[in-house]
Design a protein around this ligand. Structure first.
Ligand code: COA
Ligand code: ZN
Length: 304
């Protein structure tokens, strides 16, 4: 099996994880989770999103959240940005690491950010230019890289063309997202292989949701294709308000456990991660879908 020695994980719980929670999670609790995740050894985290409070009320406190993070110097705190206004607000808050997003599918992009794909790419290309001139780190997520909840399968060529466009913008990282968790391992292997075959200079990252229970199989397929950077969310939380029916992200603790078992390093302390699962269990109303917390039942502290 073609496997790396080490995998890098970007924890998306505080953003993708909780953006879809119906009851507003108090800012203090969001910060508590961000700080607890920071203690696990995780080196990258999406802390919040600067999006419209009308469209995504859970993220209405992005500015306060970001400003009050007791930032660890060796941890990259990313913030999601859908448009120019989001960039301005993030910059005012002091953000240095941007996670821009646009969808490969027209209908999804229109529902998600109320712009055509072309408008998104145009507006965000100006953001990239400005951000790069200020030495910011820019990652760019291609939402619905595989499937769209409204249009069905997205042609490989459509996503690959978007990758090529992002390469010309010289973004630091490109993320292929299975936003609705509908991709299969064969599709994943093909698209990531073809993306790497383009000679992509940006770091290429995989982002899976577990709607059909394929997220681990998809992660393994991406690993086989040569991908070593992944987005996951603690507790398997997650889902996009504009992708109906989509389940949570691939769960961080399950993925770390699987990698540990396979002898692949992550630098993450598994027991501290399970402490964070207890925290998200308390702060959300959702039944968590991660397997490890089910294996441990009521006693998350018990050794597996
Ligand atoms: N953050 C906060 N407020 C924003 C904003 C942002 N990024 N972008 C626009 N606004 C404000 C405007 O200032 C304006 O405020 P006003 O009414 O007080 O003047 C208002 O929102 C409407 O602006 P408009 O440009 O017409 O935005 P819109 O209503 O068309 O919404 C987005 C566009 C992109 C802001 C919205 O669709 C959005 O937030 N999408 C993100 C969805 C998401 O987070 N999905 C999950 C992650 S992929
Ligand atoms: Zn997602």
């Amino acid at each position: 099996m073609n496997l790396p020695k080490r995998v890098e994980i970007m924890e998306s719980g505080p953003r993708d994880g909780i953006q879809n929670e119906k009851t507003f999670i108090p800012t203090e609790q969001k910060l508590q989770l961000i700080h607890a995740l920071g203690e696990t050894g995780i080196k990258r985290m999406e802390a919040t999103s600067f999006v419209s409070p009308k469209h995504v009320p859970q993220m209405a406190d992005a500015d306060v959240v970001y400003r009050n993070i007791d930032q660890k110097p060796d941890l990259q705190y990313l913030v999601l940005i859908p448009n120019k206004r989001g960039f301005e607000l993030a910059r005012e808050a002091g953000a240095k690491n941007l996670a821009l997003v646009a969808g490969a599918s027209e209908t999804f992009n229109m529902k998600n950010v109320r712009m055509s794909v072309e408008e998104s790419l145009h507006q965000l290309s100006l953001v990239v230019e400005e951000a790069k001139s200020e030495d910011m780190f820019v990652r760019f997520s291609i939402a619905t890289s595989f499937h769209c909840p409204y249009e069905g399968i997205v042609a490989e060529e459509t996503t690959l063309n978007m990758v090529k466009t992002l390469e010309t913008l010289e973004v630091d990282e490109i993320v292929l997202c299975d936003t609705i968790g509908r991709a299969n391992p064969h599709q994943v292997y093909q698209l990531f292989s073809k993306t790497l075959d383009l000679g992509t200079k940006a770091k290429v990252t995989a982002h899976f949701h577990d709607t059909y229970g394929f997220s681990k199989a998809n992660s393994l397929a991406a690993l086989q294709a040569g991908i070593t950077s992944f987005d996951t969310a603690i507790g398997g939380l997650g889902g996009c308000p504009f992708a109906p029916g989509a389940a949570g992200n691939d769960s961080t603790e399950d993925f770390v456990f699987m990698l540990n078992e396979m002898g692949i390093e992550t630098g993450i302390d598994f027991e501290k991660l399970m402490d964070c699962v207890i925290l998200v269990k308390e702060m959300t109303e959702r039944r968590l879908t991660g397997h490890l917390q089910q294996v441990r039942g009521g006693s998350l502290k018990q050794r597996v």
